[in-house]
Design a binder for this molecule. Structure first.
Ligand code: GLC
Length: 739
């Protein structure tokens, strides 16, 4: 998507000529509705005044409105975060457009990460569908609802590669792989932005968090990141490059420092890579308060110096109030910043407002439009389908699943079995639990009249005192036990790193007690990260990874449990056997002593180096056979293409879909290469007994890497090709790249 057009650039130039210094700086700040600190009072002081009755909530709100309205009327607010509702947005926009001196419209933004009011599965779950087109469609609907509610800009998609499930924000992205992560990044950008940003249903997207935020040491959110530039360009940057190529209008700089320089003040990242190498024409927004935090990192003596470094590095808008607003006038007065620097940042912000059509059409929605579009039936239908396709079947033995609808007594147990709030997952800011179909409701609706569902909570998500009596009675009197366990929504997402990757509280004890009842035990996981569940993996009859599926959780899960939808999801992040293995991921080098029987090879004295479930893993209610892998050539040049073909047969008795995965290994290179890298996949639907010959095209140019001189190279030599159902199993072939 192109943003620079001559006529727009002329309009921007004219505006810049008219704008005062204050008006220009106002375009570079995003005011959040959080009034705390908005007018020199700390949060505690404001709360104290309200508690003491010195300040009523109405007065508090009015202060906020006055504060905002005065500044809007003075043309000093370029963007607002967190304000929603067609009526509210139009009211504030009217002040900006009709009462301020130049009538520059405000950019209203919010975190619309996986849906606005219709909440879709968390992004990590949706990525397990391996369907970029589905991700594009849900992003499109999210944009439609959010735009109807007055929003212009979403702080999404989050495209951070994450190899460490201790890091709670793994829930917000597309997992550990750069190839799949890049496809999902591009799909989500295109879904949010559509073909034309000036379409009133489009949202300006924001690829975040630039960069390598998921590489934080120890999986501790906000922690330092240190890695080679080769690793950065080969693994962590590709989804950002894909977002840029997909035409994303904004990027968000990350909280973390990268190799000693905070991302929010990192000129190499924000100017060299993003603008020179990727040709990005939009604007960069900081993360919340991350400009000021450049000082906390120890990269600036004062906040003013932090502001200078951030703006000079390429952060155009400050997501907070007070930093740029207060520091830029001084920096300009002291000639530490030039007016040319300031104008360039303002130009980029105005360019996006023109691209959105806000100057021609500042009131893009109405309360009636909002009322009509939120939770529209077709949105809920998509939410159910997306949720079905996000579910991953991890284990299914003794024909535990799918459940039959004969007269059955189902014991439905667990702290997440009848819970609406926790189905939405992290960053479901505008979702409403009242709209959620709980798992209990979904199962009851699907089970049919002859089946009795007996529910007992069993324990809390994270407590140490619950009594299992009622749950065990229900289990003993049932034909099958469904235990729904996992995490609360706030156990993943931001500031939610976990040391322990097991089930919180006494949930595993509950599973063991239920297992002792001797009935078939189906474990359903509701969680925002890969979990380490070796006991369940060994003892449960079936395990369904349901993630946090959003508004239609209950129906979608029931569709899978009763076989109305045959699960087709595949993991996009490795499930470790234990937190001690982390980081554990599939695309790792071979090393000189790969794990083996011999003592002096890579191993732990007290556990396996193998993950519990590998990247790309997921079962079906049917089975598939892979045969007859052929390559279109045995030799190819760097500018060539190879077509891999393989026979996939549905060898079971039920319709199913399979994600056929193609991995490549560059056997010998000028830097050691991963033993496998995902370089293609195809999701195929097969009737029982049906065979299809699946072709996956491989662009040889995509097999390169950044060498020791940071040049992207595709080197001659032998390449292995693996095609299979996950990153571990499959059939192989090979070809030679000739120079
Ligand atoms: C948060 C997050 C970022 C989000 C922003 C606005 O701190 O890091 O992902 O978009 O603030 O809510």
């Amino acid at each position: 998507m192109k943003f620079m057009y001559d006529d727009v650039e002329v309009s921007i130039a004219r505006l810049l000529e008219q704008m005062t210094l204050e008006e220009k700086i106002g375009q570079l700040m995003q005011l959040s509705p959080s009034l705390f600190g908005a007018f020199g009072l700390t949060k505690d002081e404001i709360i104290a005044q309200m508690v003491n009755g010195e300040l009523s909530y109405e007065e508090f709100s009015q202060i906020g409105r006055d504060y905002h309205e005065d500044k809007i009327r003075a043309g000093l607010i370029g963007s607002m975060g967190g304000v929603t509702g067609a009526a509210k947005v139009n009211e504030l926009q009217r002040i900006a457009v009709e009462e301020s001196r130049l009538g520059i419209p405000i950019l209203f933004g919010l975190d619309v990460i996986h849906g606005y009011r219709t909440i879709f599965p968390i992004p990590l779950a949706e990525a397990c569908s391996w369907e970029p087109e589905l991700a594009r469609e849900t992003a499109k609907i999210a944009a439609k609802e959010a735009a109807a509610a007055g929003l212009h800009w979403t702080f999404a998609p989050m495209v951070d590669i994450a190899r460490d499930p201790r890091w709670g924000r793994i829930s917000e992205g597309a997992g550990e792989d750069p190839y799949l992560g890049s496809l999902m990044a591009a799909a989500r950008v295109k879904g949010f932005q559509g073909e034309d940003l000036s379409n009133p249903s489009a949202l300006l997207a924001c690829a975040k968090h630039l960069v390598a935020y998921g590489g934080a040491v120890g999986g501790r959110d906000y922690n330092t990141v240190d890695m080679s530039l080769q690793m950065l360009h080969d693994v962590y940057l590709p989804p950002f490059k894909a977002a840029a190529e997909a035409g994303v209008g904004t990027f968000m700089s990350a909280f973390n420092d990268l190799n000693g320089i905070p991302c929010t003040a990192n000129r190499y990242l924000l100017s060299e890579v993003l603008r020179k190498q990727y040709g990005f024409q939009g604007f960069v927004v900081s993360d919340a308060n991350s400009v000021a935090e450049v000082m906390v990192h120890g990269y600036a003596e004062t906040r003013k110096e932090a502001s200078k470094k951030a703006l000079m590095a390429g952060v155009d808008m400050d997501m907070s109030h007070g930093t740029y607003e207060e520091d830029l006038p001084q920096l300009l007065a002291e000639e530490q910043l030039s007016h040319a620097d300031l104008n360039e940042a303002v130009r980029r912000v105005l360019r996006m407002k023109f691209a959105l059509g806000l100057f021609e059409n500042p009131y893009r929605t109405t309360p009636e439009q909002e009322q009509r579009l939120l939770l529209a039936p077709e949105h809920l239908t998509l939410a159910r389908e997306a949720a079905q396709r996000s579910i991953v079947l991890l284990k299914n033995e003794n024909e535990a699943l799918p459940l039959s609808r004969g007269n059955k007594k189902i014991a439905l147990i667990g702290p997440l079995a009848d819970n609406a709030d926790e189905m939405l997952g992290a960053w479901a800011i505008s979702g409403n639990p009242n709209n959620v179909v709980t798992i209990r409701e979904g199962i009851a609706a699907a089970a049919g009249g002859d089946t009795q569902v007996v529910y007992a909570k069993g324990c809390e998500i994270d407590d140490n005192k619950s009594d299992f009596t009622e749950a065990l009675e229900a289990a003993r009197g049932s034909d099958v036990v469904i235990a729904v366990v996992g995490e609360s929504s706030n156990m993943s997402g931001e500031a939610a790193s976990r040391l322990n990757l097991g089930l919180p509280g006494r949930q595993e004890e509950l599973l063991k007690a239920l297992h002792a009842a001797g009935k078939p035990l189906i474990v359903v996981l509701v969680n925002g990260r890969p979990l380490s569940i070796p006991w369940a993996a060994e003892h449960a009859d079936a395990i369904v990874e349901a993630w946090q599926l959003g508004t239609l959780s209950g129906h979608a899960l029931a569709d899978v449990l009763f076989g109305d939808y045959n699960p087709s999801g595949k993991l996009v992040a490795t499930f470790p056997h234990s937190a001690g293995q982390v980081p554990v991921y599939y695309n790792h080098p071979n090393t000189g002593r790969p794990t083996g029987e011999f003592k002096f090879t890579m191993k732990y004295l007290d556990g396996s180096t193998e993950p519990l479930y590998p990247f790309g893993y997921g079962l079906s209610y049917t089975t598939f056979a892979y045969e007859r892998l052929t390559l279109s050539q045995s030799e190819v040049t760097a500018d060539g293409r190879i077509i891999a073909e393989v026979d996939i047969t549905n060898t079971g008795n039920r319709f199913g879909e399979e994600v056929v995965q193609l991995y490549v290994s560059d056997v010998v290179a000028s830097r050691v290469r991963p033993i496998k890298e995902l370089k293609g996949f195809a999701k195929v639907a097969l009737q029982p007994g049906e065979c299809k010959r699946v072709a996956i095209e491989l662009e040889v140019a995509s097999l390169g890497f950044h060498n020791e001189f940071l040049e992207y190279v595709v080197e001659p030599g032998r390449f292995m090709v693996y095609v299979g159902p996950n990153s571990k199993d499959g059939i192989e072939s090979e070809f030679v790249l000739i120079s």
